[in-house]
Design a protein around this ligand. Sequence first.
Ligand code: TRP
Length: 328
Amino acid sequence: METVVSGIRPTGNLHLGNYFGAVKSFLQMQNEYKCYFFIADWHSLTTRPKPENIIKSAHTILAEYLACGINPEKATIYIQSDVKEVLELYLYLNMNAYLGEMERCTTFKEKARKQPENVNVGLLTYPTLMAADILIHRAAKVPVGKDQEQNMEMARKFARRFNTIYEKDFFPEPQSFSLATKSVKIPGLDGSGKMGKSEGNCIYLMDDTETIRKKVMKAVTDSGPTMPNSEKPEVIQNLFTFLDIVSTKDTYDYFNDKWNDCSIRYGDLKKQIAVDVAAFNTPIRERIREYSSNVDLLNNIAKAGAEKAHESAINTLKEIRHIIGFHA
Ligand code: TRP
């Protein structure tokens, strides 16, 4: 069975866009591959998070992914900083990474531009740490968004370079699964193309029914169809995308017919979306609450995950040490 690795950046709560993107593909992958999903807390240090937030965000992510259905019996879910072997591989990879190529990464340049007061070496070596995350399990596949493509190219380059230097066919070149092409894109409700945290237009899995209703009722619409069977403008298509993912086919068809005969009332459409989104969110939100309130359980799951990840990591690392010439 092929191995999949993916890192989760601790950037706040999951929203519907995340659910129908990354989370859904994780849910599918855990049935088809040997999966390692981890919370990238070392990576997060490039922006100096407050100490009290590190474990809190890890617990939040764990609770939310578990609530969505990531199953620790199927996938190994762990916290990056619990598996120290990654750091040793990070060191080895850094020895074969050139300053020039790291400085030329657009991801580095962008991050440096965003925080000019803190252009730390961790930002520069972000791609080697990410490569270490992946190569430590000798992963074949990595589900990532388009924004990670350059980091993935670096990971492949480091894998090839190691193989060349030591004349061994040791690391497979990890391939990206582009999440963008596999999943439904969840639109924003503000007329912008995509639901995203930085766009400020998210419906979070944690949102309660009233919050959801308010957000949905504010969705941008137009003045309505003037001709039967006309094409839907983007803002209206966006609403139908919501219906498509959270409502029944009958409901979708009902509103689609109303659109086609020009009798649609956007108020009714939005109310329906609000109700159906709430029905979708409610059980997940309740499970998030349950997991969040059981810190012992979260710690046990993280610990069991770390043990499994450690086993895989130490196997790889023993071979690497041997290949490099450390014979201890
Ligand atoms: N860089 C990824 C992001 O920003 C997170 C990440 C860290 C990752 N290490 C990884 C993703 C390894 C896949 C594999 O989203």
